[in-house]
Ligand binder design. Structure first.
Ligand code: AMP
Length: 250
């Protein structure tokens, strides 16, 4: 069984992002970029499925500029077998990414495609769902457990009220939640070996997909600053303040 994993290069989760002075976007000049955390869970799951003998090949794909090679090498170091860079200098929005991924699924024919549940830069959480719809495949989003038996998959999903267990057949699309697993630490020798592996590069324009942006970014601004809190000396004082506060009845 072949697994395709889609990985996005995003601003590292430890970085506090700055907004450009003209409010046109987030300033990523010189900022540390990394693999989207949920996509690491997606790779880890694929590698574990291979270690269990369920998967036979793991192909990772990233869409964007040539710099995305670093996240692909990270995935190869984690245990992926092949890497594909779909190169584009456009702003690829979730619909465009889903269409490009669909053409790769058509080409690679994976039984399972795993994505992250959302990319932490735009927090869209849309690509997996749109990809499944375009392919007309079953989907399990926000997945925290997967078990595969032949052609049948049982997935546990994180939903608002707790968890939901669903069953479906392959081929399918899954999006990974953080709870799915703990991604392995990448050892230096594995990274060195991954540097030697070749990365197939496809030009996004060669896939014949309309990737025009459908959304326009109007403005980026800081969230309003929170007012600082106050300390009260006693429970009585707290109750008095709450009673005095409009709309609170105690
Ligand atoms: P989003 O819908 O943008 O929140 O992204 C959800 C998931 O889609 C990510 O966690 C990735 O697995 C995948 N994805 C989004 N953008 C890209 C990209 N440019 N390259 C590869 N995978 C992507």
């Amino acid at each position: 069984m072949k697994i395709l994993v889609a990985i996005k290069r995003v601003v590292d989760y430890n970085i506090k992002v700055r907004i450009k002075p003209d409010g046109s976007n987030v300033d990523i000049d010189g900022v540390k970029m990394s693999i989207n955390p949920f996509d690491e869970n997606a790779i880890e799951e694929a590698v574990r499925l291979k270690e269990k003998g369920i998967a036979s090949e793991i192909v990772v794909v990233s869409l964007g500029g040539a710099a995305n090679q670093d996240v692909l090498r990270h995935a190869l170091a984690m245990g992926a077998d092949r890497a594909i860079l779909v190169e584009s200098d456009q702003d690829l929005q979730p619909l465009a990414v889903s269409k490009l991924l669909k053409s790769l699924v058509d080409r690679e024919q994976p039984a399972l495609t795993i994505l992250g549940k959302q990319a932490i830069d735009d927090d869209a959480g849309q690509t997996g769902q749109m990809l499944a719809a375009l392919l007309d495949y079953p989907q399990a989003t926000f997945t925290s457990t997967i078990s595969i038996n032949g052609n049948e998959v049982v997935a546990i999903r994180e939903v608002d009220g707790g968890t939901e267990t669903i069953g479906f057949n392959l081929p399918a699309v899954i999006t990974a939640d953080l709870r799915l697993n703990e991604p392995r630490f990448v050892k230096l020798p594995n990274l060195m070996m991954a540097r030697k592996k070749s990365i197939e590069t496809i030009n996004a324009t060669d896939l014949g997909v309309d990737t025009k942006p459908r959304l326009q970014l109007l403005k980026v601004s800081e969230p309003p600053a929170r007012k600082s809190g106050i300390k009260v000396g006693s429970v009585q004082e707290l109750l008095a303040k709450l009673r005095a506060h409009e709309g609170i009845q105690l």
